[in-house]
Design a binder for this molecule. Structure first.
Ligand SMILES: Nc1ncnc2c1ncn2[C@@H]1O[C@H](COP(=O)(O)OP(=O)(O)OP(=O)(O)O)[C@@H](O)[C@H]1O
Ligand SMILES: Nc1ncnc2c1ncn2[C@@H]1O[C@H](COP(=O)(O)OP(=O)(O)OP(=O)(O)O)[C@@H](O)[C@H]1O
Ligand SMILES: [Mg+2]
Ligand SMILES: [Mg+2]
Lengths: 464, 464
C-alpha cells in the first residue's frame, strides 16, 4: 500500500537542491558566493548605503575540497530576534514585498547553509549589528531540516565601541575551486562593473586579492515598496487583501489596497464594471470575487504601474561599464520607460558595444542582468537570447555581418523577475518582456548602424 | 525597517507558479492535463494495473476562457483519509520513496487545483474508490493557501455496487485551448505511443474524441521501492536514517539501511575505512558522520545500484512506437544497462528513426521522455540536446548529412530524474547521465550507419 507523507519546505529543497543551483560542488560553490553577495548588496544599495562588500574564499584545513565562504557588508544589519529564522527557516524573508531587490524567494542563504551542513556538517556563523543598535550579535546556527526551523548552537553579544553596522556570514561548503573559479571571477567582475558606486574586495583560496574601488560617489535612488497594481490581481490575492484591509466598502477597499486607483478613477471603474461601491467586501461570494478580478484585469483606465519601485542601472552606468571592460570602438545604451506584466512594473535596459577590444565571434555575445544580478548560465534558454539570436533578429539590416565583434547587454528589472527556476539563471518568455527587449535592442542597433554606416563612408573616402 | 515574514509552501508556489509551469493560460491548461494524466498513469502501471485513462476537456458554460479538465483512471484509488491532504496540501505525496514514478514532488495536482482556484474560484472534485474498499468517496475541496491545508467543502460516500476502482479528478481552470491544443494533442499522442499497454480516450472542447486502443496485453514489471545506495549519502541523510533505524551498531545499521551492502561487504568496507563495527550510531559526532559519509561515497566495493526500482520502455516498445508514428525506412532502439548518479539508479534508452515518413530537417528531431513522461518544452536546454546537437555530435561519420530525415528518441528513467525545474520540462547536465546518453546514441547510430552504407552500395549497383 502507498505510504503518504508530507515534507517541510526545508526537506523539499534539501531533496531537490539541484533545482536551486546546488547540483554539484562546482555549481554549489558558485551559488553560495552568489547568494551571500546578493544579500549583501540588497542590505546596502536598497537602503541608501554606499556598499563596501568583502568576499573571502579560503580552503578548509580539515579537507582540501571544503571551502569557507565569508561575506562582510556595511549594510542595515539584521535585528537579532530575526537572525535565527532569516538563516534557519526556509521561506523566511524581508523581501516578500513589491520592490525591486535581488532576493525574492526567502531561500538563498538557507540553501547555501543547507548545502554546507550536508557536505561538511559545519554550522553557519553570523555576526550582525543594525545601524541603530548599540550591540554586536553573534550566532552559530544549524537548520533542523525536518522541522524547517533554526537550531541555535551558540549565541552571544557585546557592546559596540565603534560605528560599525552590517553583517558577516560565514559558511563552509564542499566545492571545486578549480572548476568554479572562472564563473566566480566572471560574476564578481560583472557585479562590480554594474555597481560602480560599490567597493568590492575579493580574496580567493590562493590568497590573491582583487579590489574594485568605488568609481562614483552617488548611489541611485533606492526602490520604494508599493501596493499591487490592479492588473496583477487574481481571486486569492483579492481574498488576502480583503482580509488585511481596514476598509469594508468596495470603493474604499480598492483605493486603499491598490496603486493606480484614485478617487476619480475608482468611481469610473465601478460604473464601467457595473459594481456597487457600497458592497461589503468581507461578504463577497467567490462568484463576485471572480467577476471583480476579471473586471480589474480588463479595465484600461488605471494609471500605469509606478516606476519608483524600480532601480535601473541608467544609460551612463551601462556605457561606463562596457567602456571599462571592452574599450570598444562604439558603445550605446538605452533605458526604456516602465512597462508592466501581470501588474508588475518592469524596465528593460540594453547596451551595445562594438569593435575595439571586443573579440569577433560568429554570434552576438550576450551579457545578461536581472535586478542587477549577472546571469551566467542557461543563456540560450533566456528570453533575451530568443530576441537577439541572429536566426530571429536581422542584424544584417543594421550592417552587422557575423563573424562580428558585437556585445549586447540586456538588463531586466522588476518587482518580480519571472525567472524560470529558483536558481535564478534565466528568464521566462513573458510576452510583454520579450516585446520590450526587442524594442530596446532595435533602438540601440539603430545607433550602431549610424556609426557603422558613417565609418564605412569614411573608409570609402580614404580609399580614393 | 524591514518587515520579516514566512510563507507556507502553498503561498510560495502560488506566488511563483511560473516556476511550476503555470506562467500563462496556455501553459497552465497544458500543465493541468499533464499533472492529472501523470497521476493516473502512476496509479495504474506502477501498481500492475493495465491502464484505462479518460481525459475530458470541456468549455465552462460560465466563461468561454474557462475549461473543466477531468481525468478518470482505473487505478489503485486513494484511501479516503488521505484524499484531503493529497489534493489540498502542497508537499504531500505517496511518491517520496526510491522507486521510478512520474510524480516526485508532491506538488503537481495541488498546482493545478491552486491555478483553478485563483483563476475561476471553482473547487476540485474528487471521486475515488480503493480496490479493497466497498465504498465510493466524493470530495469537494479548496486549498487554504496561507495555512497550506485542505478545506473540505463537501464530503459524501456510498456503497459500491460494482467492481469499479480508481479515481476521477475534475478541475476548472482558465486556459487557452486554441494555443494549447497542439501541445496537448502532442503530449497525449506521445504518451499513448510509449504506453501501448494503456487504453487512452481523449474528448476535446470541440467534442472530438480520440481513442488509443490497447496494443499489447502485457504490462512491464512495476518498479519496486528500494533502500538508498551508499554512493548517494550525505550527512543529513545519515542522520535521518540513524533516527529511523532499529539497529544501533554501525555494522548492523549499514546492512539495514542501504542496498548493496551485505554481510561480507560491510566488514570489508569497515576495515578499509578504519571504522569500528560496534560503534553506537546514535552517539556519532558530526565529525565522524562526515567521515562516514565521505568513506561511503569513495568505496568502490559495493554492489552497483539495483535496477528493479526502474521500469524502462524496452527496445521493442520503442521500435513499435517509432514505426507506428513515422513508418520510417529504418528504426533501431538501445536500452543500456543500469548506471547511477549520486546513488540513484538510472537507465538510458535511445531510439533512432530514419527516412520513410520522417520529414527532412536541418537538425535531428529530438523526442524526449523522462520516467515515461513526454517532455515538449525547453528542448535546447536539455542534456539530451547537448549530446545530439550536430555542433557536438559528428553525425557525418555515421553517414548522416543535414538536412536529413532523422528522429532521435531519448528516454531517461531513474528513481530521481534531475529535472532543471519543478515544471519537469528539461533535464540538468548530470555528467553520468550525459555520458550514458552519448554511449547509447553512438550504439544506435552505428546500426544506422550499417543500414545507410548498405543502402548506398545497393544504389551504386543499381546505377550500373
Ligand atoms: N547580509 C545581510 N544583511 C541584511 N539582511 C540579510 C543579509 N543576509 C540575509 N538577510 C536577511 O535574511 C533574509 C533571508 O535571506 P535569503 O537569502 O535566505 O532570502 P532572500 O534574500 O529574502 O530571497 P532569495 O532566496 O531570493 O535570496 C533576507 O530577506 C534578509 O532580510
Ligand atoms: N489519480 C490518482 N490515483 C491515485 N492516487 C493519486 C491520484 N492522483 C493523485 N494521487 C495521490 O495524490 C498524491 C499527490 O499528487 P501530486 O500530483 O500532487 O504529487 P505527486 O504526484 O506525488 O508528485 P508531483 O508533484 O511530481 O506530481 C500522489 O502522490 C498520490 O498518492
Ligand atoms: Mg537572498
Ligand atoms: Mg503528480
Amino acid at each position: 500500500p502507498e505510504t503518504f507523507k508530507s515534507l517541510s519546505a526545508a526537506e523539499f529543497f534539501y531533496r531537490n537542491r539541484e533545482i536551486a543551483g546546488f547540483a554539484n560542488p562546482t555549481r554549489a560553490l558558485y551559488q553560495t558566493v552568489r547568494e551571500l553577495v546578493e544579500n549583501a548588496l540588497d542590505a546596502t544599495d536598497t537602503h541608501g548605503i554606499l556598499p563596501i562588500i568583502k568576499l573571502y574564499i579560503e580552503r578548509s584545513r580539515d579537507n582540501p575540497n571544503h571551502y569557507i565562504v565569508t561575506v562582510e557588508d556595511n549594510g542595515v544589519g539584521i535585528p537579532p530576534q530575526y537572525v535565527p529564522r532569516a538563516f534557519g527557516q526556509v521561506l523566511f524573508s524581508s523581501k516578500y514585498v513589491l520592490r525591486q531587490t535581488r532576493g525574492m524567494y526567502g531561500l538563498g542563504a538557507k540553501m547555501a547553509i543547507l548545502y554546507g551542513q550536508i557536505t561538511t556538517g559545519k554550522p553557519v556563523e553570523v555576526i550582525t549589528s543594525p545601524i541603530v543598535s548599540g550591540r554586536i550579535y553573534y550566532f552559530k546556527l544549524n537548520i533542523d531540516i525536518k522541522q524547517n526551523k533554526p537550531l541555535i548552537l551558540e549565541q552571544k553579544s557585546w557592546r559596540k565601541n565603534s560605528r560599525w553596522h552590517g553583517t558577516i556570514v560565514s559558511i563552509t561548503v564542499e566545492g571545486d575551486w578549480s572548476r568554479a573559479r572562472q564563473y566566480i571571477y566572471d560574476y564578481i567582475e560583472k557585479t562590480a562593473v554594474a555597481a560602480p558606486y560599490a567597493e568590492l574586495v575579493f580574496r580567493d583560496p590562493d590568497g590573491k586579492v582583487t579590489r574594485y574601488l568605488r568609481a562614483i560617489e552617488k548611489l541611485p535612488p533606492p526602490p520604494k515598496s508599493v501596493k499591487p497594481h490592479p492588473h496583477g490581481v487574481d481571486i486569492e490575492m483579492l481574498k488576502f487583501l480583503i482580509a488585511s484591509a481596514k476598509s469594508t466598502t468596495l470603493r474604499e477597499f480598492l483605493i486603499e489596497s491598490f496603486q493606480g486607483i484614485g478617487e476619480v478613477t475608482v468611481d469610473r471603474f465601478l460604473e464601467w464594471a457595473g459594481l456597487d461601491p457600497k458592497a461589503d467586501v468581507r461578504k463577497m461570494t467567490v462568484r463576485s470575487l471572480e467577476k471583480l478580478a476579471r473586471k480589474l484585469k480588463e479595465y484600461t483606465g488605471f494609471k500605469p504601474p509606478r516606476a519608483d519601485s524600480l532601480s535601473p542601472f541608467s544609460e551612463d552606468i551601462i556605457k561606463a561599464g562596457l567602456e571599462r571592460v571592452f574599450r570598444p570602438e562604439f558603445v550605446a545604451a538605452v533605458t526604456r520607460r516602465p512597462s508592466a506584466y501581470s501588474g508588475h512594473p518592469f524596465i528593460i535596459e540594453v547596451g551595445i558595444a562594438y569593435g575595439g577590444g571586443v573579440k569577433s565571434d560568429r554570434e552576438p555575445q550576450l551579457i545578461r542582468y536581472a535586478n542587477k544580478i549577472p546571469l551566467l548560465f542557461d543563456t540560450k534558454s533566456d528570453v533575451a537570447w530568443k530576441v537577439i539570436d541572429p536566426e530571429k533578429f536581422d542584424w544584417k539590416q543594421y550592417l552587422v555581418n557575423f563573424p562580428a565583434p558585437l556585445v549586447v547587454l540586456v538588463h531586466v528589472c522588476s518587482t518580480k523577475v519571472p525567472f524560470k527556476g529558483v536558481g535564478k539563471e534565466s528568464i521566462a518568455d513573458v510576452p510583454e518582456i520579450e516585446k520590450e527587449i526587442r524594442n530596446a535592442v532595435r533602438e540601440a542597433a539603430r545607433r550602431l548602424r549610424r556609426f557603422l554606416s558613417k565609418k564605412r563612408q569614411e573608409e570609402e573616402m580614404r580609399r580614393r
